[in-house]
Design a protein around this ligand. Structure first.
Ligand code: OSB
Ligand code: MG
Length: 390
């Protein structure tokens, strides 16, 4: 297990010993929101036209921190939903931290360790705590994490389209917009042919596929033609709890297997590394239960020469800012699923919008905390329900 540079999680260190104060948590507001997507997003587990999530707003000593819990309407990506997240946060997490003096992210993780699972819920709160810490200390998340890049390489994740021809058209639009890496979603019946169509249209494109756990080992032989398409990686072909079967799958393929859903904690990253279940890991702070856990997986993979990249969950500007800060860390050597704001939403809930640079990168925010401000009117207009716990 990686030992971590302790300063990363020691908020006290950031204040300096003279000014050390713990963060007193005064209130937690949960905004359950639904935002219309610019275009529907279809994966092997379903189709979304509006994206739901839970925005976590935490007040502490005159400052407000924001976090994004990426659980959505349906339990398709994993078992959590926006509804279960609100239940867990309001009824179990909030009572453990309200009115308390929190020391750092690991202090938070220790306090909520009796709550099993519910990583997406916990991660939303941890993000808000990092935002608060950064604002208080006048440091960006990139600085707090020891990020080394001012801009990060990104790609676009394209949902399943009506036909392979339509997929090629959609991919063409994104390539023309400047995305130098494309990921396509696959599912049984829409896999080899779709990937071949994009590969034929773009022989040199950095291309990868994501199955979101849609297959079992019985499908491996049928998927074998994917191995001839010069893909960067095949993401999460098998079930979430099939780390060992991913080892068997990887044995059959020369294309690197990348795990997403399977890696729900730093321990799972270690299992995957020890079992040779994959050659690449997709890091999502939400799935791992918090940014601190994401940094741990980053460090562990760095130690084992396993490249990582930053996954996405169709985030609002809040989660996007967090992803960019994370992806500025040294071992994020493959392009992330962090696209420009206009790929997702006409109007975001942050005043800041993220745009694609000509070199297929997006700039990492450098203002204190997440480095974004909230468009209160937009947030209000997207709100389905709001709960204040204090
Ligand atoms: O598996 O990476 C995934 C979106 C929702 C749920 C799961 C995934 C995704 C994406 C989108 O691929 C990535 C993005 O935010 O652009
Ligand atoms: Mg994925």
């Amino acid at each position: 297990m990686a030992t971590l540079a302790s300063w990363r999680f020691d908020f006290g260190h950031l204040y300096g010993s003279e000014t050390f104060t713990k963060m007193k948590i005064e209130s937690i507001t949960l905004h359950h929101i639904s935002m219309p997507l610019v275009s529907p997003f279809e994966t092997s587990f379903g189709r979304e036209t509006d994206r739901q999530c839970v925005i976590v707003e935490i007040r502490s000593e005159g400052l407000t921190g924001y976090g994004e819990c990426v659980a959505t309407r349906d339990p398709g990506y994993n078992y959590e939903t926006a509804g279960t997240a609100i239940h867990i946060l309001r009824d179990f997490v909030a009572p453990l931290i309200l009115g308390q003096d929190l020391k750092d992210a690991l202090d938070f993780q220790n306090r909520v360790s009796g709550i099993r699972g519910h990583q997406l819920a916990k991660a939303g709160v941890e993000m808000a705590l990092w935002d608060l810490t950064g604002k208080r200390e006048g440091k960006s998340l990139k600085q707090l994490f020891g990020g080394v890049r001012d801009k990060v390489e990104v790609g676009v994740s394209i949902g399943i389209q009506d036909s392979p021809q339509k997929l090629v058209e959609t991919a063409t639009e994104y390539v023309h917009q400047g995305y130098a890496r494309v990921k396509i979603k696959i599912k049984p019946g829409r896999d080899v042919e779709d990937a071949q169509a994009v590969r034929n249209a773009f022989p040199n494109l950095r291309l990868q596929v994501d199955a979101n756990s849609a297959y079992s080992m019985n499908d491996a032989d049928r998927l074998k033609p994917l191995d001839d398409l010069n893909l960067l990686l095949i993401e999460q072909p098998l079930f979430e709890d099939d780390i060992w079967d991913h080892h068997k799958f990887q044995q059959k393929f020369k294309t690197p297997v990348c795990l997403d859903e399977s890696i729900v904690s730093p321990r799972h990253a270690r299992y995957a590394i020890e079992m040779n279940a994959c050659k690449i890991i997709n890091i999502k702070a939400g799935r791992l239960g918090g940014l601190s856990q994401a940094v741990m997986v980053h460090d562990l993979c760095l130690q084992h020469n396993m490249p990582v990249w930053c996954g996405g969950m169709l985030e609002t500007g809040i989660g996007r800012a967090s992803n960019l800060a994370l992806a500025s860390m040294p071992n994020f050597t493959l392009p992330g699923d962090v696209s420009a704001s206009d790929r997702y939403y006409q109007r975001d809930i942050t005043n800041e919008r993220f745009t694609l640079n000509k070199d297929s990168t997006i700039d990492v925010p450098n203002s204190p905390g997440l480095g974004v401000t909230i468009d209160e009117d937009a947030l209000k207009s997207y709100t389905l329900a709001k709960a204040v716990v204090n």
